[in-house]
Design a protein. Structure first.
Length: 108
């Protein structure tokens, strides 16, 4: 995603049907790796778009044809970064002719 090859990123988390659109939150941590800064507040980083499944097909040794396919939750989720969500909302608001909700600094 950082290199522009994708608009989403993968998250190591179990996601199930019905979780799409759910928030992905970076939780606060008060400890950190030596030499790095601790994250002291929660942040919304994106929304879940889908889970990723692992598919394995059993092939018959006699015929060489597929016999059965197994599909399991891979424990990975695809996430749309919150920047894309915000851009979509901003575009929608502009198309509707709605005012910008961002507070303007007071004039001196």
């Amino acid at each position: 995603m950082i290199e522009g090859a994708s608009t989403t990123f993968m998250l190591d988390a179990f996601v199930f049907p019905g979780n799409s659109g759910g928030p992905v939150v970076l939780k606060p941590e008060f400890v950190s790796i030596e030499g790095t800064k601790a994250n002291g507040k929660a942040s919304l980083v994106g929304v879940v778009t889908q889970s990723r499944n692992y598919v394995d097909t059993a092939i018959s040794p006699q015929t060489g044809r597929p016999r059965i396919t197994f599909e399991e939750n891979a424990g990975l989720a695809e996430v749309l970064p919150i920047d894309y969500v915000n851009a979509a909302i901003t575009t929608f608001r502009k198309l509707q002719g709605w005012p910008d909700p961002t507070p303007k600094p007071a004039a001196n």
